[in-house]
Design a protein around this ligand. Structure first.
Ligand SMILES: [Zn+2]
Ligand SMILES: [Zn+2]
Length: 490
């Protein structure tokens, strides 16, 4: 570590003076017209020299006139080395490399290397001037639907939070329609010419959110940012993004909505939390959305939405104990309980969503599941069953095929635990006592059933060797929410 610190000192000494002088320029009175296109393209962004498409002469002018601030890419405070782009402070994620320009060795950050490597001798450029305002949109919301009383209550609380520049947690059960619930607060923010970010740890959720937002805020500039998106350069008024992509933003959003705030990897990654927090203006509002908040989130002022959109209660999972479950699964067999479930289902027409703890198990069980479904005449051909997991290239296609009823049964890892809605499914979790299924995951998985007003019921089964704390907590949570929903006057 000392070696890295010394290396840092050697490479950055000569830069320090120029950074320190940055704040001494007085702000200009108005923005020259020829700067406008750049200001719109780059405001609120932190970029490398290569990402700024302007000449050296222009850049010098912008820095001198205090539109753009030059920042070191890596800083050191005490013994802490920090990447100014991605907020990484874990020293094991810094490495060194020869610099051809300086003919010496430099540090670089390995965490954000996929966004182009940036060496300690290179600068970052932060377009901090945001004096060109977004339009104040009197009419922006083209949604035709109507909020339930519960949603309306959550929506009003969100608008209060926006007005008071405070934060809010919306604890809304699965299937309560939390996406629609934020339309009014976005509308209100657009009226004030504010800038809005909707962030989620999961690309699937970002894509889904983008579609919804597009259809409602038709005339507003919107960009979706995720790895592989062709809009990564787009600096729109509404940004829908994975938390990862926020490393190019700083202090620019007035309203930050974080969806699935308890999902992997955001929930356990302090660096992702840091860049997400950094993207919002110091005076602003953050709204956290989730069905399963962790303890840390519960200290934020909270609005409960315990009732589902259609008013019916959440489905309570049925636990099926099977002493030989583990052993049978290792022989690629399913216990008799699985067969009993197939026999006794109330509505065999409902599709089957089967969760398993590992990719391997999904493959091991596929054949056996096909045979059983054939035997019970639930499918005609084996192509009606598919497996899906995170690294599956055809993941999207399979989810669409399931939604379009081309598949009867989808065997999945936790990848489909949240962010997807199928109207009428029964859910079976094989080995729900596996440690991969924490209580939040089990609540989310159970929440896949009974989402449609046309079929608000559905069965959820947990197949286990043993009971676990996660299962107990999941059952307690679901029952508690159903009780709250019943007591609710709204
Ligand atoms: Zn970094
Ligand atoms: Zn260098």
């Amino acid at each position: 570590m000392n070696f890295l610190l010394n290396l840092f000192k050697k490479t950055t000494n000569y830069l320090e003076e120029s950074y320190q002088n940055n704040d001494s320029f007085s702000p200009r009175l108005s923005i020259p017209l020829n700067i406008h296109p750049y200001a719109i393209k780059y405001r609120g962004k932190i970029l490398t020299r290569n990402e700024l498409e302007i000449s050296n002469r222009q850049l010098d002018f912008l820095i001198r006139e205090n539109y753009v601030r030059r920042l070191p890419s890596i800083t050191k405070e005490g013994k802490t080395i920090k990447c100014m782009r991605c907020e990484n402070i874990n020293i094991t994620f810094f490495a060194e490399i020869d610099c051809k320009k300086c003919l010496s060795k430099h540090l670089y950050c390995r965490v954000c290397i996929e966004m182009n490597r940036i060496l300690a001798c290179e600068s970052l450029y932060y377009w901090h001037d945001q004096s060109i305002e977004f339009k104040h949109l009197k009419k922006s919301n083209y949604w035709q639907g109507k909020l339930t009383k519960n949603q309306e209550y959550g929506a009003n609380q969100s608008i209060n939070a926006l007005e008071n520049k405070t934060d809010l947690l919306i604890w809304a059960v699965t299937g309560s329609g939390k996406t629609e619930l934020v339309f009014p607060v976005i509308t209100e923010a657009l009226k004030k010419g504010m800038r809005i970010c909707i962030a989620s740890p999961r690309t699937d959720v970002v894509k889904e959110f983008r579609l919804r937002i597009d259809s409602v805020f038709k005339k507003t500039s919107i960009a979706a940012l995720y790895s592989g998106s062709d809009e990564l350069q787009n600096n729109a008024q509404i940004i829908v993004t994975t938390n990862h992509q926020l490393l190019r933003f700083k202090r620019t959003f007035d309203l930050l909505i974080i969806d699935e705030v308890d999902a992997y990897p955001y929930a356990s990654d302090s660096r992702l939390k840091e860049i997400t927090k950094r993207s919002r203006k110091i005076q602003g509002t953050t709204i956290y959305l989730t069905a399963t908040p962790n303890q840390a989130l519960k200290i934020i002022p909270t609005v409960f939405i315990p009732k589902r959109y259609h008013g019916q209660p959440l489905i309570i999972p049925q636990i099926k104990y099977s002493y030989f479950l583990k052993k049978q699964l290792s022989e690629q067999k399913l216990p008799s309980d699985f067969i009993n479930i197939l026999k006794k289902r109330e509505k065999p027409k409902r599709q089957l969503l089967i969760f398993v703890p590992t990719v391997q198990l999904s493959k091991d069980l596929k054949e056996e599941i096909i045979n059983l479904l054939m035997e019970f005449k639930l499918i005609n051909k084996k192509e009606e069953v598919a497996t899906v997991h995170a690294a599956d290239d055809n993941r999207n296609e399979k989810v669409i095929a399931f939604r379009e009823h081309k598949l009867y049964c989808l065997i999945t890892t936790t990848i489909l635990e949240r962010g997807v809605t199928f109207p009428s499914v029964d859910v079976i979790v094989v080995q729900a006592d596996n440690e991969i299924f924490n209580s939040a995951a089990l609540v989310q998985i159970s929440g896949r059933a009974g989402r449609s007003p046309n079929d608000p019921k559905g069965d959820v089964y947990f197949m286990v060797n043993n009971n676990t704390r996660a299962i107990k907590e999941c059952l307690k949570d679901i029952k508690h929410m159903n009780k709250l929903a019943k007591e609710l006057i709204l």
